[in-house]
Design a protein around this ligand. Structure first.
Ligand SMILES: *[C@@H]1O[C@H](CO)[C@@H](O)[C@H](O)[C@H]1NC(C)=O
Ligand SMILES: *[C@@H]1O[C@H](CO)[C@@H](O)[C@H](O)[C@H]1NC(C)=O
Ligand SMILES: *[C@@H]1O[C@H](CO)[C@@H](O)[C@H](O)[C@H]1NC(C)=O
Ligand SMILES: *[C@@H]1O[C@H](CO)[C@@H](O)[C@H](O)[C@H]1NC(C)=O
Ligand SMILES: *[C@@H]1O[C@H](CO)[C@@H](O)[C@H](O)[C@H]1NC(C)=O
Length: 361
């Protein structure tokens, strides 16, 4: 009997300890909340966000801005059956723990942005915990690590914003079994390459943003399985060439951005596979014969050049004349690039071009 009491006592202590531990995420955090009929109200939250905190009001959206929340611990948001959206913007979030969200069957949008988040662990987003998740916005943080299967088996997940972080590589394993992805935004990270079969599992992909990274290599079969895209952004990277082996036999892109790289040519084999309705390609050291080839490709495939207003300057050369040949050779032309850089430098003295327009420093 005594033993049993001890066990019960022990269990109670453990339980209390556990809930106290797991309900410490919010310390006088002011939240803007919306109820089911769209009425908004503010409430200061201590502990965690859970149904009982709101009395009879059913909260469907919760927004938190400019508050201090160092850690989104276990059970931060729980038992919120009708919650569809939760947002933490500029809240100094550094860490998110497994099971931060629990029993949130309607949760469709999670935003933790403009914070200090360093890693995404497995066990925060998946079919069991966030079965209706459609959009995850983790942009403007310091994320340099995402565990494989961090977004596991969520068939509703469509939109992932991971831009403005410190990621050095892309792994499709982050999204294991979440194959309905439509938008992947990885712009403004430190990606070095696009690996083989990077997007093959995602058959509904429409929008891939890889602009403003350090990409110098696009591996063989990188875009295998991708057929049509609204947007493919590779601008502001360190590409010296694109190989036809990276692309499927046909890839149609509505808006293709490859401006601000080190490209001097696109091979016939690449152009044969690609079709772009609009292309941004300025601030590359194209050789003039190769640019002519691209213009012909645009002409026969009904594409057009789209220029970025902030960067378009009439005195910036669109191409340089290579000194060794008058035809387009299918290899990176280092001389041409150096020539281009020199021209840009001279121009800069008289009428500076914003450094944001190009990759060259
Ligand atoms: C909740 O609603 C019940 C009955 O509708 C009412 O008696 C009670 O006071 C309400 N509680 C709060 C916290 O508003
Ligand atoms: C994956 O999600 C489906 C529902 O979309 C579910 O039926 C299945 O059990 C899940 N599988 C795993 C391994 O979690
Ligand atoms: C889910 O992933 C597991 C491996 O993690 C795999 O064996 C299984 O076939 C996948 N299920 C679906 C529906 O994709
Ligand atoms: C091309 O011109 C540069 C100087 O602009 C020179 O250094 C280089 O040797 C030339 N290359 C060839 C292949 O003629
Ligand atoms: C162009 O000039 C500006 C100052 O006018 C300078 O800050 C910038 O670094 C220069 N850019 C290049 C590419 O030389």
């Amino acid at each position: 009997m005594f033993f049993m009491l001890c066990v019960v006592f022990h269990l109670i202590i453990n339980k209390n300890y556990a809930s106290a531990q797991s309900c410490k995420s919010f310390n006088n955090v002011n939240m803007l909340l919306y109820d089911r009929i769209g009425q908004k109200f503010y409430q200061d939250i201590n502990g965690c966000v859970t149904r009982t905190v709101f009395g009879n009001t059913t909260v469907v959206k919760a927004f938190t801005k400019d508050q201090i929340i160092p850690k989104l611990g276990k059970d931060s948001i729980r038992h919120m059956k009708y919650l569809t959206m939760v947002s933490f913007r500029n809240c100094n979030v550094e860490e998110i723990e497994q099971t931060a969200f629990r029993n949130v069957p309607s949760l469709a949008t999670v935003e933790i942005s403009f914070g200090k988040l360093r890693a995404v662990p497995k066990g925060v987003f998946n079919f069991d915990l966030t079965p209706q998740l459609e959009a995850v916005k983790l942009d403007h943080n310091r994320i340099n690590f995402i565990e494989d299967e961090s977004f596991f088996n969520i068939s509703s997940l469509k939109n992932v914003q991971l831009n403005n972080n410190l990621l050095e590589r892309w792994r499709s394993e982050w999204f294991q079994n979440s194959t309905a992805l439509e938008v992947i935004n990885l712009a403004f990270n430190n990606l070095k390459e696009i690996p083989s079969r990077a997007f093959t599992s995602f058959t509904s992909l429409k929008d891939i943003r890889l602009d403003h990274n350090d990409i110098s290599k696009v591996q063989r079969d990188a875009f295998k399985g991708v057929r049509t895209l609204d947007y493919l952004g590779l601008s502001h990277n360190k590409l010296t060439s694109l190989s036809d082996s990276s692309f499927p036999n046909t890839l149609r892109i509505n808006y293709f951005r490859i401006n601000a790289n080190y490209l001097t040519f696109l091979s016939n084999d690449v152009l044969k596979k690609l079709a772009a309705v609009e292309i941004s390609m300025n601030y590359n050291p194209w050789t003039c014969p190769c640019l002519e080839r691209i213009n012909y490709w645009l002409y026969i495939k009904n594409g057009r050049i789209k220029s970025d207003d902030k960067c378009s300057r009439s005195h910036i050369p669109v191409c340089v004349v290579p000194n060794n040949t008058e035809t387009c050779t299918d290899e990176f032309d280092r001389e041409a690039m150096l020539k281009y850089v020199n021209i840009i430098k001279t121009i800069n003295m008289s009428d500076p071009v914003s450094a944001n327009c190009m990759t060259f420093k």
